[in-house]
Design a protein around this ligand. Structure first.
Ligand code: CO8
Length: 259
């Protein structure tokens, strides 16, 4: 039971489900909506009973971008001084894994929001695009950075500079942006299934794995490898490592307790 205006939240076992819910505007990401997403993510990140998060929208739209009507009269000085939409980056501070379950349009900020998550699953009719150039602007939350890493330079240039060349779900999968495509009505269940599996592991190892994979985009290989080894070694200080390896040796399933 949430008190949010633009999103819905629920839990399914150890998985939290956050649903963007501004159907009349195709989940356009107005400022207040993003404040609510950040708040929900922070609460679930702090909740010891939750191990992974699924972020989704509606069957028609994951999100059709930042709210154009809300920002159309903004001027430079204000957007700069107030760091307009800077708080969108907070989603990257979430330590628990987030799976984006994308049905329908993921355009502009919607595509960028999906790319800020850790895993993307798509419904068969999902559409990914960066149409900002058609509005006289450019992507502002990863469309020129994360998209290139996911789909390569040539396609990213076509999408960002031409404002078209949208990716279908299967194209997005073949390029590596998306890891699974499923029928629209099965998408959330499929994402929750994967999230549940992740949530059954030891949280410290899951969170370190997420942090390190994200770090691979930021630091030189030698630094990333050194960081990885240090975390790997650190995990021998956890009870869950003893449990995991002990269970293997005893031929039983591990029962992780996050200690
Ligand atoms: N913002 C505000 N309202 C929107 C948006 C949007 N992005 N997208 C759709 N809506 C509204 C429409 O205005 C319409 O409202 P109304 O009924 O009051 O007229 C309602 O949603 C339904 O939309 P349509 O009638 O257009 O539905 P269609 O099925 O005909 O078309 C489309 C669907 C193709 C998705 C179409 O709505 C569209 O092109 N939307 C805009 C897509 C777009 O340009 N997105 C990029 C926005 S810019 C951006 O995201 C920048 C991110 C920067 C992040 C910076 C961080 C620092």
């Amino acid at each position: 039971a949430s008190t949010y205006q633009h999103i819905l939240t629920e839990t399914r076992g150890k998985v939290a489900l956050v649903t963007l819910n501004r159907p009349k505007a195709l989940n356009a990401l107005c400022n207040d909506l993003f404040v609510e997403v950040n708040d929900a993510m922070k609460n679930f990140d702090d909740d010891e009973n939750i191990g992974a998060i699924v972020l989704t929208g509606s069957e028609k739209a994951f999100a059709a971008g930042a709210d154009i009507k809300e920002m159309k009269d903004n001027n430079f000085v204000d957007t700069y001084k107030k760091d307009f939409l800077g708080h969108w980056a907070k989603i990257s501070d979430v330590k628990k894994p987030i799976i984006a379950a994308v049905n329908g349009y993921a355009l502009g900020g919607g595509c960028e929001l999906a790319m800020s998550c850790d895993i993307i699953y798509a419904g068969e009719k999902a559409v990914f695009g960066q149409p900002e150039i058609n509005l006289g602007i450019i992507p502002g939350a990863g469309g020129t950075q994360r998209l290139v890493r996911a789909v390569g330079k040539s396609r990213a240039m076509e999408m960002v500079l031409g404002g078209g060349a949208n990716l279908t779900a299967t194209e997005a999968q073949s390029l590596g942006l998306v890891s699974k495509v499923v029928p629209a009505d099965q998408l959330i269940d499929e994402a929750v299934k994967t999230a549940s599996k992740i949530a059954s592991k030891s949280q410290a190892s899951v969170q370190m794995g997420k942090e390190l994979i994200n770090k691979s985009f930021e630091v030189p290989l030698s630094a990333g490898l050194r960081w990885e080894r240090a975390y790997f070694q650190a995990l021998f200080g956890t009870a869950d490592q003893k449990e995991g390896m002990g269970a293997f040796a005893e031929k039983r399933k591990p029962n992780f307790t996050n200690n």
